[in-house]
Design a binder for this molecule. Structure first.
Ligand code: B12
Ligand code: SF4
Ligand code: SF4
Length: 389
């Protein structure tokens, strides 16, 4: 980035310098949008919440005035930079779905936590932005910035579409004509007017591959996702027991789900992500279920240190692993499930019982029940033991 003081920047030149900074800091996409550019998003968000599509993510409905519009979140914001970071996989993300003794982890979670990576890069761009803007002789305003990735009440996808990074596909995720849909989004809010770009238009056409690929039927309509049915929600966000109807369709997906993303034809333009920290850890591409089921709390934290997977905690993660074990059809894994029948977590015990019910001949399952049920006090675990042939 050139030293700003040497340049007499017009707003357009300022913008070009910011874009150069964004690219230098590794963002493949960066475009500008005004805070007023998503007028229909508030109504759609309200409809989505009213339909209960946010499932147990109660925070999606908190402080609605902040999430519904950027000005509601920060009244002083004048322009928003929307940025996209490509994390295109270097292997087929669906390959392990047909290897039942392994777990499938969604591509975004195979490397380091993207929140840390994207946020540090956003901060670097924001620092450049502030120094460029302060050096802008046209600017008499005091310049302030805020950076956001994922966790703040910001409607990142509609803003990215309005900025022209791509469009929200029928799977609701942002798709770029240049890069496909393996993109993380980030936002920089700034109290300065920067010339805005034009919105992208929808290029889904008659395609509906993502809708048809969803294992759990989580799309009640194109462009609408019901989180209650989404494996990504169930495996990552959902704190309780996973309802029986979703367990078999989950297959061996143990953290997130990429099916709707992986089938999008626009990925023919996808490139392999360039950020080394987001590259897949070799031991997370096809991890053995037997190893994952044996993780106790301390080893879970150690194994997933720096990974977004640590977010679920060990109990929820092992819950997911046991569902995959139950779906493996591999009786050799029954011993791993049996070892968890005495686990302190009821989430784990319940899915250990379910996995054994799926894997063992019913007579053997009944023998285990005879030994275990009298000392089991948790109603959900008792209900799993109550299964019949
Ligand atoms: C909550 C959340 C989830 C929830 C709900 C997902 C969802 N679709 O909203 C769950 C846990 C399920 C989830 C899953 C995933 N997530 Co998520 N998630 C978010 C989060 C925090 C908020 C999203 C949100 O505001 N949802 C609210 C609803 C109302 O928004 P919406 O679904 O986009 O609905 C809009 C469309 O329907 C739109 N619309 C557009 N056109 C049309 C046309 C018609 C006719 C209609 C009716 C509506 C419509 O209107 C609605 C309102 O704007 C964002 C980060 C952020 N702060 O934005 C990340 C984010 C969306 N997630 C992300 C990712 C990567 C994922 C996963 C791929 C992870 C994985 N592999 O498991 C999956 C993808 C699942 C999917 N198909 O969406 C990325 C997506 C990047 C991108 N390229 O778009 C984000 C942006 C995080 C980031 N900063 O990179 N996620
Ligand atoms: S992430 Fe998986 S479960 Fe969720 S909508 Fe996409 S395909 Fe369906
Ligand atoms: S798979 Fe087809 S319908 Fe779905 S987002 Fe991609 S282009 Fe659109």
């Amino acid at each position: 980035v050139p030293h700003a003081a040497e340049l007499d920047l017009t707003r357009e030149a300022l913008k070009q310098a910011i874009l150069a900074s964004a690219h230098a800091h590794g963002f493949e996409l960066c475009r500008v949008v005004t805070p007023e550019s998503i007028p229909e998003a508030a109504t759609r968000l309200r409809q989505w919440l009213a339909a209960g599509h946010h499932a147990g993510m109660g925070w999606m409905g908190d402080t609605p005035h902040r999430r519904e519009s950027p000005r509601g979140l920060w009244p002083e914001v004048r322009s928003i930079l929307m940025l996209g970071l490509n994390y295109g996989p270097d292997t087929d993300p669906m390959a392990t779905l047909s290897q039942p003794d392994t777990g499938t982890i969604s591509v975004y979670a195979r490397g380091k936590d993207y929140h840390d990576v994207v946020k540090s890069r956003l901060k670097a761009v924001a620092r450049d932005l502030v120094s460029l803007a302060r050096a802008d002789v046209d600017s008499s305003q005091e310049v302030a910035v805020k950076v956001f990735v994922d966790t703040a009440p910001v409607l990142e996808k509609p803003l990215a579409e309005a900025a022209g990074l791509g469009w929200q596909g029928k799977h609701t995720v942002l798709v770029s004509r240049e890069l496909g849909n393996w993109l993380f989004l980030g936002a920089i809010f700034i109290t300065l007017d920067i010339p805005a770009d034009v919105a992208e238009t929808d290029h889904c056409g008659t395609c509906r591959r993502c809708l048809d690929a969803c294992p759990t039927g989580a799309f009640p309509a194109p462009y609408v996702l019901d989180s209650r049915r989404c494996i990504s929600y169930l495996t990552i966000e959902h704190k309780g027991h996973i309802a029986e109807e979703f367990r078999v369709p989950m297959g061996n997906r143990i953290y997130g789900c990429d099916d709707c993303l992986a089938v999008c034809p626009w990925n023919k333009f996808a490139e392999i992500g360039r950020e080394a920290r987001l590259a897949a850890r070799a031991d997370l591409v096809a991890p053995r279920l037997a190893d994952l089921a044996a993780l106790d709390d301390a080893r879970f934290r150690q194994f997933f240190s720096g990974s977004p997977i640590k977010r679920t905690g060990r109990d929820r993660f092992v819950r997911n692993v046991l569902i995959a074990i139950g779906n493996s059809g591999d009786a050799a894994l029954a011993g791993r499930a049996e070892a968890l029948l005495h686990d302190p977590s009821a989430l784990v015990r319940a899915m250990a019982v379910w996995a054994l019910w799926r894997l063992l001949p019913f007579g053997l399952f009944e023998r285990l029940r005879f030994g275990m049920l009298p000392s089991e006090s948790d109603p959900a675990v008792r209900a799993e033991w109550g299964k019949t042939a």
